[in-house]
Design a protein. Structure first.
Length: 406
């Protein structure tokens, strides 16, 4: 079976990219796998990819419209001027595609229509909408949602409700989002629940861990690191020997640095940037904290739990409640409740026995999300969808995209 993944930008770092790479790495042993990236921001991807997986780029552009080989801020594409206009098409409701770039749309549509058969799986609303309206019906088209239906603005929700019934299936990451999509779409399209998968972990490390709380994600408002810094200030007052390390890059770095300094936490709360060895950082830390305002099913949460880290998390929509069993493998705090996050972190810091028990339970939970388990569910879904078509058994899958055990 030929499998094709289509991603917004395979050269960046994020949960959707990690999930697709994990799927591709798991499936390439028995299938012909290719990943297509709409945008390109580097010569090689940051995340590890099995050499048997082909990686192709539909453009040589950054998502601001400039070429990745140009110096940042240059305007080397004359067509880039169209990006000054708001995108009038339905997929323009996706925040990442709010500016109009007809040449980019044409390249994506040509790629989809060039596929002779198989399954097309798209990974964000804009690509799902393009697939619904423009991908040929000879393909089985699966749209994946890596966030959640309730997080989208009314215009985007209306576009989804109108277009997604044209797809063959829609996959979501959590049980809550499964209910939300079924309520929105009814029985007009098959909606399935397939969670994110993580690589098999050799087991939680033994020995003493550092007095470090870790968090990871893009430095953007969604991840709530401003709330986390506010919550950690009183934790540090009570436990000055503990530190908070935040991994990831993004546009809010300067703002978060200023917030750290205002709270007198310089050298205590550290913005560590992107890491290619995040698993090693998890193995050294003692607690993982998730402060997001909204999520799909965060990959980094599962990866931290697989390293035996207890979790303190906002119960944001959606994802954490699917994974975190409050008081067993971590703590759930009401969404955006900063004093509650402070109290949760303090509780886990102050109770070493409970912390160890939660960490062991977290590793057990994470094992149910390992890639072989999740990859088998994808293969079952694809086989079922393809079986509904009058096509030969040996056919291609076109996959673009990012799922808890049901």
């Amino acid at each position: 079976m030929r499998i094709r993944y289509l991603l917004h930008n395979a050269y960046a770092v994020g949960g959707t990219i990690r999930t697709v790479f994990n799927q591709a790495n798991a499936l390439c042993a028995n299938h012909d796998v290719e990943i297509a990236s709409v945008y390109r921001t580097a010569e090689v991807p940051v995340l590890p990819l099995d050499p048997r997986v082909r990686l192709v780029s539909l453009t040589d552009w950054r998502d601001d419209g400039s070429r990745w080989t140009d110096k940042a801020g240059t305007n080397s594409r004359w067509w880039r001027k169209t990006r000054r206009l708001r995108n009038p098409m339905p997929h323009g409701q996706d925040g990442r595609y709010k500016r109009w770039d007809p040449l980019l749309d044409l390249k994506v549509i040509r790629y989809m229509r060039a596929q002779p058969d198989g399954v097309l799986v798209t990974t964000r609303p804009a690509l799902n909408l393009l697939s619904a309206w423009w991908a040929p019906r000879r393909l089985v088209r699966v749209g994946q949602d890596h966030m959640n239906f309730g997080s989208y603005r009314p215009g985007a929700q209306a576009a989804i409700i109108r277009a997604y019934p044209r797809l063959d299936a829609v996959s979501v990451l959590t049980r809550a989002d499964l209910a939300a999509y079924r309520a929105a779409l009814g029985d007009t399209v098959r909606v399935v629940h397939v969670p994110n998968g993580i690589p098999p972990h050799p087991g939680a490390p033994g020995g003493e861990r550092a007095r470090t709380v870790v968090a990871a994600g893009r430095l953007v408002p969604q991840k709530g690191f401003d709330l986390l810094i506010e919550a950690f200030a009183p934790v540090h007052d009570r436990h000055p020997d503990w530190q908070l390390h935040i991994f990831g890059g993004g546009p809010l770095r300067a703002e978060l640095t200023a917030l750290i300094e205002r709270h007198g936490l310089a050298g205590v709360v550290r913005l560590r940037g992107l890491s290619r060895t995040l698993d090693d950082e998890f193995a050294r830390a003692s607690i993982f904290v998730l402060s997001s305002r909204k999520e799909g099913l965060p990959m980094v949460l599962l990866e931290a739990m697989s390293a035996g880290l207890p979790v303190v998390s906002f119960d944001c929509p959606t994802g954490p409640a699917d994974v975190v069993d409050d008081g067993v493998n971590g703590l759930l705090v009401p969404a955006e409740d900063v004093p509650g996050l402070t109290a949760g972190l303090s509780r886990v810091i102050e109770n070493a026995t409970e912390r160890a028990a939660m960490g062991a339970a977290a590793a057990t939970t994470a094992a149910g999300y390992e890639t072989p388990v999740i990859a088998a569910r994808w293969e079952e879904l694809f086989t079922d969808l393809l079986g509904g078509r009058a096509q030969p058994a040996a056919q291609g899958l076109l996959l673009s995209g990012d799922g808890t055990p049901g």
